[in-house]
Write a protein that binds this ligand. Structure first.
Ligand code: ATP
Length: 268
């Protein structure tokens, strides 16, 4: 079973396992020649284990690309990504998939549950894919904690959006991944369901020492994080610790104005 190391004492090798995610000068370029798009333009960052980081920025600034590259769902054009101290780049596709299944959880805006599998089967799937014992009791525990104990045999289509997202979170957490990436996890939810989902992500950080990286457009959602990273035009342009919804909203307004100003200057 994959270890669930939180921030803590030095391990026998003398290393303090306190860095969950590291990006070194990551660039991602889509397309070729005439229609080249630089989605990430040299992003470097280091996130400690047990942190909850929101990634914000105007539309098209590279947030989803950043998450996809950091989670090993897409390969950077240049630069390196380390999760839990291990490099993601350079491996074969099969090795990358195995690594992802062991150490990374992903929550998408549109849930991405398998429609023909019931709640329990959806949650057990990543364990099966990782070749690990499908521990129904553990899956049931997670689902009960998320208020879905009565829904184990239901299909996703029989659940509300908020319930489906909770199943998706249970599925992401059941393998006890080192890092959970969430791309707009509350984008399709009402306020109350969104609050529940954000509380769950916070709990996985506070109770289990997991690391969460979440893309969001919503300043209230970002305020659940310990810190916000701001992206513009594929670059990190700001960092804000202990964010409040008001402070994030204000920063986003300035960022949008600034990006607009720079684009106008570039075009002039
Ligand atoms: N597969 C692709 N092929 C070509 N260009 C792409 C591809 N995926 C993303 N892009 C471009 O890369 C840039 C960054 O896209 P990305 O989806 O990462 O931005 P984002 O900040 O997540 O945007 P949004 O907030 O609108 O979801 C955009 O200009 C986008 O058009």
């Amino acid at each position: 079973m994959i270890g669930r190391r939180g921030p803590g004492p030095a391990d026998p090798a003398g290393q303090v396992p306190d860095e969950a995610l590291r990006l070194e000068n990551v660039r991602k370029v889509y397309g070729a020649d005439g229609n080249r798009v630089v989605a990430l333009d040299g992003v470097s960052l280091s996130l400690p284990a047990g942190s909850f980081t929101a990634v914000m920025g105007p539309s098209g600034s590279g947030k989803s690309t950043l998450l996809q590259c950091a989670a090993g769902l897409d390969r950077p054009t240049e630069g390196r990504v380390f999760v839990d101290g291990a490099a993601l780049s350079g491996d074969s596709e099969a090795a990358l998939t195995k690594f992802r299944r062991q150490r990374i959880g992903f929550v998408f805006q549109q849930f991405n549950l398998l429609p023909t599998l019931n709640v329990m089967q959806n949650v057990l799937l990543p364990l099966k894919l990782a070749g690990r014992k499908a521990d129904r009791r553990e899956a049931r525990d997670v689902l009960e904690r998320l208020g879905l104990g009565e829904r184990l045999g239901h299909l996703p289509s029989e659940l509300s959006g908020g319930q489906q997202q909770r199943v998706a979170i249970a599925r992401a957490l059941v393998t006890r991944p080192r890092v959970v990436f969430a791309d707009e996890p509350t984008g399709a939810l009402d306020t109350r369901s969104a609050r529940d989902v954000l509380g769950l992500l916070q709990e996985s950080v506070h109770l289990h020492g997991q690391t969460v990286v979440m893309v969001t457009h919503d300043p209230v959602a970002a305020s659940y994080a310990n810190a916000v990273l701001y992206l513009a035009d594929g670059r990190i342009v700001g960092h804000q610790a202990a964010p409040t919804a008001e402070a994030v909203a204000e920063r986003m307004t300035h960022l949008a104005d600034e990006v607009e100003r720079q684009r106008t200057m570039t075009e002039a």
